[in-house]
Design a protein around this ligand. Structure first.
Ligand code: PHE
Length: 468
């Protein structure tokens, strides 16, 4: 985040990103993360391939983009955190629930996200120490088995996954305390394109495999009969998770936007770029799955088994592997920073807590609860609640409940509690951008389409109406 130096020195005035490009990259830095390279492929694998991808794209268009624009509106208009923004808008105190639920969602996501990021960090280390070199020399079946065992070892140990999770949280906290926001912006600006490039190298590798077409067919062939209520709810949850929506992250980031930023085009650009990264990850992974006779529904280990397998069997494989996991680690780290910024901004701005204390408090909570719950061998590792282990439970409560409910409230707020002329003023930057008809379409979607779709999905997920 590059800060505008004039504004930095002016007392009390809030920081903003420096340029439109900085706004774009910082927002994309929040969106792109483990959601693209880990969660998107594994959920696609579990939920039937192309039908899931198709449903996901619809969710991005009809729910994701409209909610993102609404969050940007709330943030930039008020230049406040996710709770303070509603006070500034003179809304009834009820709406502050969006910020508080967002802070809760941030913690729930962090409990498991920091653990998966720990796996990624540990894979960087494993690749650096040449752990995957042996995969190249083994016959296919044995190599697949070894890759699977390596993943089980990573996830299942008593101490090492907790240690890696600790390292992840320590890194994120250190960056948040140091407030090296300038550094983060520079880092994301160079590394995002690099991550993109590496995924494309993975893609080239994947689509030149003999059985690539089976993988691509799995990913893109839409079998409409596979779309049912659980698939829609999962796709919707992923859309929120992916674009960091429904929990105030984009309200907080929107509050740092420049006056010139075009909220609608920024939102469309971020959503499209982020979706491209997810699809490219799918293209890198599914051909490998089919080539090596693995199962597309292999679950959370999919990324960690396919990528080492594919890379180990190509020239410069280990070097590419190191680079891939390093970039994935960085993408996960910048996403976590934006996630934690929500509760931290609330604690510092609303509760008057010092930044360092706020960071330490939040990260201790994340580490303590995360460490004793999400690892299979931890104290509560074997406990299930509502038929789910804690890892899945945290994921479910955040992605399938908190974020969509937050998104519903945000769209209802923007559609019914903000006057159309207010919305028009902010979305056109006081009439400078000539986008009146686009705003009309937007207003209709955020007022009728988005909330109604969300309500239908909710009602069907709790069994009140039946979609199919
Ligand atoms: N969008 C991030 C990802 O895909 C995760 C995230 C969710 C970040 C919510 C911030 C807020 O990995």
């Amino acid at each position: 985040m590059t800060l505008n130096s004039n504004q930095k020195t002016e007392k009390k005035k809030r920081e903003t990103f420096s340029t439109g490009l900085a706004v774009f990259f910082a927002t994309l830095g929040s969106a792109v993360g483990l959601g693209n390279i880990w969660k998107f492929p594994y959920l696609t694998g579990n939920s039937g391939g192309g039908a899931f991808v198709f449903t996901y794209l619809i969710c991005i268009l009809l729910v994701g983009i409209p909610v993102m624009v609404a969050e940007f509106y709330i943030g930039r208009k008020t230049r406040k955190n996710a709770v303070g923004a509603f006070t500034a808008l003179k809304a009834s105190p009820f709406w502050k629930i969006i910020g508080y639920m967002g802070a809760a969602a941030s913690l729930f996501i962090m409990f498991f996200y920091s653990s998966v990021a720990g796996w990624v960090y540990s894979y960087v280390f494993k690749a650096l120490t040449g752990k995957f070199g042996a995969l190249a020399k083994k016959p296919v079946e044995e190599a697949v088995k070894t890759a699977g065992e390596e993943f089980s070892l990573t996830v299942g140990g008593t101490y090492s996954p907790v240690l890696w999770q600790f390292i992840v949280i320590a890194v994120v906290s250190a960056i948040l305390i140091a407030g090296v926001q300038k550094g983060i912006e520079r880092v994301t600006k160079t590394l995002m394109p690099l991550l993109f490039l590496l995924i494309i190298i993975c893609d080239i590798r994947a689509i030149t495999l003999p059985k690539a077409s089976q993988g691509l067919q799995f990913l893109f062939n839409v079998d409409f009969s596979k779309i049912n209520a659980p698939v829609i709810l999962t796709a919707l949850g992923l859309a929120f998770f992916k674009l960091s929506l429904g929990m105030g992250t984009m309200i907080t980031y929107g509050s740092y936007f420049t006056e010139e930023s075009n909220l609608m085009t920024t939102s469309a650009r971020v959503a499209v770029s982020d979706t491209i990264v997810s699809l490219l990850s799918g293209i890198a992974i599914f051909p490998v799955v089919f080539e090596f006779g693995m199962k597309p529904g292999g679950g959370p280990g999919l990324l960690f088994q396919t990528i080492p397998l594919a890379f180990s069997r190509m020239p410069l494989g280990n070097l590419l592997l190191i680079a891939f996991f390093l970039l994935a680690a960085i993408a996960a780290t910048t996403a976590m920073i934006s996630m934690l910024e929500v509760p931290i901004a609330i604690l510092t701005e609303e509760k008057g807590m010092g930044r360092t204390n706020a960071v330490l408090l939040i990260s201790s909570v994340v580490f303590i609860i995360g460490a004793v719950t999400v690892h299979p061998e931890s104290i509560f590792g074997g406990v299930t609640l509502l038929g789910k282990g804690f890892f899945d439970l945290f994921d479910y409560i955040s992605s399938n409940i908190l974020l969509p409910v937050g998104g519903l409230l945000i769209s209802v707020f923007a559609g019914y509690f903000v006057s159309k002329s207010e919305l028009c003023k902010e979305l056109s930057n006081n009439g400078i951008i000539k986008n009146k008809s686009l705003i009309n379409i937007y207003h209709f979607v955020v007022k009728f389409v988005t909330p109604i779709l969300l309500i239908i999905v909710f009602l069907s997920s709790i069994g009140i109406i039946k979609l199919k």
